[in-house]
Design a protein around this ligand. Sequence first.
Ligand SMILES: [Zn+2]
Length: 280
Amino acid sequence: MKFGNYECTSIGMGYFYIDGGAMFGIVPKVLWEKQTPADAKNRIQMNMRSLLIRGNGKTILVDAGIGTKLTDKEKTIYGFEEEMGNMDAVLARQNLTPDDITDVIITHLHFDHAGGATYIENGELRPTFPNATYYIQKAQWETAMNPHSRDKNSFPAINFKPLKEAGVLTLLDGPGELSDGIELLVTHGHTAAQQHPLIKGADKSLFYCADLIPMAAHIPLSWIMAYDNLPMTIMEEKQAVLERAYKENWVLVFEHECGITAATVQRGSKGIEIKKTIVL
Ligand SMILES: [Zn+2]
């Protein structure tokens, strides 16, 4: 689907499984399991939906999934099949190779967003997209390099330290225009300086929610994750984004949602709600 000068396509990086309670925080299970049923281990299925943005001479990837570096134990915990994170196979479906990617926007450095940024070849860690510039917010980088014990397990340095060593990393300091028609918005409630691309068109724009609104079920304001470091902050940020999405006709892309790829929103009796689901 076209937004401004850019063709935007969602691409699946595979599925993994996370504890349903952790994904919905204080929301009772009797409510969230109506939306997303849990398995025998109380886990729910999660998508990893990246975004490909093509136009103005660029081929931009937003987030890179878990990748192929999980240990056997981690693969069991997350129910992840390695072949799903294989970037050659994922990009071949778009007639692309990792060499074709010119820019990589990593929303934040948690393993399910940044794992695919690097891979192991001949025992060495390398950037998966050798010709790309990788964009990460500076405050997120500093958080990931000195993680708090609360979310330290989500920041394995093998996913991002090799980017700096290879000289492909650009650290950004706050929101702003990345290139003509692509703006980066920054939020702090999930983790410090998570960035979200907004691809602007004349009649509609696309907003990549990442972990601000990971699934369509997280649209109601109090439906936030136990993983969110600043609960009140993320609620305020989500409200502001949903208001703009309604007023400015944004298509919201849900990275972790299995059922709905993207949607526009409207004002309903209980607040902002889905107006129309969209496939990209
Ligand atoms: Zn995530």
